[in-house]
Ligand binder design. Structure first.
Ligand SMILES: [Fe+2]
Length: 218
């Protein structure tokens, strides 16, 4: 007797969840309309021409390309397990890149005079993290999964285009030499912290003071 209502409730909750996800996807798509491949390539070439070897911008461009390759790997995977492994790789790359930009690059962009762009960048990356997390709840071989992956890839591509065609061009031109040198070192450090375990694991020295891995001064 109790089974039927609880199945109905579960079905209702599932429909509500999918509806909420679909509304979120549409809202994100409305904020970030798609950009043509031609325009994206043009922006990438321009950004590469602006970057200097090893600087913060060249590191970011390398990571943008790795993220694009990771999306392609997921789509090329033909089994659920292979797709999950590729998705995990995308998650590490995308979250590591986003964390480093949020800790270092967007504050520098705001400091250089573009607080509005920095706020937009934070908002877009928060939405991408939510979509990335949602992928973990879906069957990797389902249509819903591919739909969600497509929305995420589109949103990331548009976000990257904004960075390469506009925001980072501005920062490269108007941020001080000192701020850019700082960004180069700190972006590498934050990205490495996420990708490799980095200097926050175990003990490290910070301006003459020592810290334990839990942040306590020692
Ligand atoms: Fe980026």
């Amino acid at each position: 007797m109790m089974k039927e209502p609880s199945r109905s409730l579960a079905r209702f909750c599932e429909i509500q969840r999918r509806l909420a996800m679909s509304i979120l996807d549409k809202a994100i798509a409305a904020i970030t309309p798609p950009v043509s491949d031609e325009k994206r390539l043009e922006a990438r070439d321009k950004a590469r021409a602006t970057a200097e070897p090893g600087d913060w911008l060249s590191q970011i461009l390398d990571h943008h390309e790795e993220i694009e390759d990771a999306f392609a790997e997921i789509k090329a995977a033909s089994t659920a397990d292979a797709r999950r492994v590729a998705q995990k790789r995308l998650g590490v790359l995308l979250n590591g890149h986003a964390m480093a930009e949020e800790a270092v690059i967007y504050p520098a962009l705001a400091e250089a005079g573009k607080l509005g762009h920095a706020n937009t960048a934070y908002t877009e990356q928060a939405a991408a993290k939510m979509q990335l997390a949602a992928l973990e709840t879906l069957d990797p071989l389902s249509d819903d999964y591919l739909d969600k992956l497509g929305h995420l890839e589109g949103a990331v591509a548009t976000h990257v285009y904004q960075e390469e065609s506009d925001w980072f061009q501005y920062m490269k031109q108007f941020a001080s030499v000192e701020a850019q040198a700082h960004a180069t070192v700190r972006y590498r450090e934050e990205y490495g912290r996420y990708i490799d375990g980095g200097p926050s694991i175990g003990r490290f020295q910070g301006e003459g003071r020592s810290f334990a891995s839990d942040g306590r001064h020692i």
